[in-house]
Design a protein around this ligand. Structure first.
Ligand code: SF4
Ligand code: SF4
Length: 186
């Protein structure tokens, strides 16, 4: 790069051969020929999928615990920290008496920047960034993933906290989500 303030050196007018464009054409063909024999790096997507590294941060998803319970307790922390405000939560009481749960849990994937803050901040390990990196849809509405879709994406994760199970053993509170609350919280 020329120093600041110095005029840029322009090439002079082409000679007789340059005006035929032959050197440029041959140079271009030589570059093409060289690349024809190099290993191909282009991936035939979507038939071929990129194998993401283990720590890849893709789309966020909600998870259930090993007993099929929705782990999110609608504490709103992830909604609060989410930089682009992609998360929308509405809470509801669930009939365990222990916690509340999400009635609505939407993530706008058009806004999500896959930063991982929601995963970092979640006290229940209820939201994780998955290796999924494709988000396609025909409308903006389709790109807002609701609770059911997020839970389907996230699947089940073994719960290292087991808070509700601990509470059961101590006899403080029955943890199982039953009846309408359970159905609604799922
Ligand atoms: S990954 Fe980041 S941007 Fe996406 S929902 Fe979580 S906090 Fe928001
Ligand atoms: S996903 Fe985690 S941080 Fe977000 S509301 Fe649920 S429990 Fe709170």
């Amino acid at each position: 790069m020329p120093p600041v303030g110095q005029p840029v050196k322009r090439p002079g007018p082409p000679g007789l051969l340059g005006r035929t464009y032959l050197p440029s054409i041959l140079k271009g063909m030589w570059i093409t020929l060289r690349h024809m024999f190099r290993p191909k790096v282009t991936m035939q997507y979507p038939e071929e999928r990129w194998q993401v590294p283990e720590n890849y941060r893709g789309l966020p998803a909600l998870v259930r615990d090993d007993q099929g319970r929705v782990k999110c307790v609608a504490c709103f922390l992830c909604e609060y920290v989410c930089p682009p405000k992609a998360i929308h939560i509405e809470a509801q009481e669930i009939d365990t008496g222990v916690e509340k749960g999400p009635r609505v849990f939407d993530i706008n994937m058009l806004r999500c920047i896959m930063c991982g803050y929601c995963e970092e901040v979640c006290p229940e390990q209820a939201i994780f960034l998955t290796p999924e990196y494709t988000t396609v849809g025909l409308s903006r509405k389709e790109m807002i993933y609701d609770k059911e879709r997020l839970l389907k994406m996230g699947g089940t994760r073994t719960d290292p906290i087991k808070k509700w199970s601990r509470l059961t053993r101590s006899g403080a509170q029955a943890p199982g989500m039953t009846g309408a609350g359970r159905d609604a919280a799922r």
